[in-house]
Design a protein around this ligand. Sequence first.
Ligand SMILES: [Zn+2]
Length: 222
Amino acid sequence: MFIGHFAIAFAAKKVSPQTSLGTLIVAAEWIDLIFPVLVLAGLEHAGIKAGDNAFLRLDLTDYPISHSLVAALGWSLLLGGLVLWRSRDRPAALVVAAAVFSHWLLDFISHTPDVPLWPGGPLVGLGLWRSVAATVAVEGLMFVGALWLYFSGTRAKDRIGRWGAVGLAAFLAVLYVMNLTSPPPPDVQAFAWVGLSAWLLPLWGWWADRHREPATAQPPPS
Ligand SMILES: [Zn+2]
């Protein structure tokens, strides 16, 4: 999944309005944010597969630190714990922990059985990715629903708040379509280097979200 994970971040803002969209993107995307770092560090491994299905181009042979169930639970506790420690905000910490773990659940639904339960453990995955149409339908609906929640639950304080957030949503949609239609990366190293740029997306979310406020907030007296 790609925009499905971002859908979780946008939707989570409705549940935890005090948490920055940037933090929520880090949470929902955490497992995929660290994956290219681990590949480039030589700690996780993958290959490129030929084929028409753009969702099945990565041969995910060895990625237990980022993507095993046990690791996902650990990352949820760690990131939720960090938020609790920094903010003393228990509901926000719970939302962040749940968003981190949601990544594993969505990957479990979409991946073919290559997701380990623990390092070296059984591989699971329900294989939604086998159908491009079904994946696009599920992710697309999630994304549209989540944007509706986000944009109805917050309002722009200024033009950055308006166009920064709309721009991020549009950019993600374009990236998704480009990924579906472009040729596979030449090798996994190239994939990982491009993947590092995903770290800019939470920054974009944080920047745009700072210029928005809860839709229920009283406008300042003029
Ligand atoms: Zn993933």
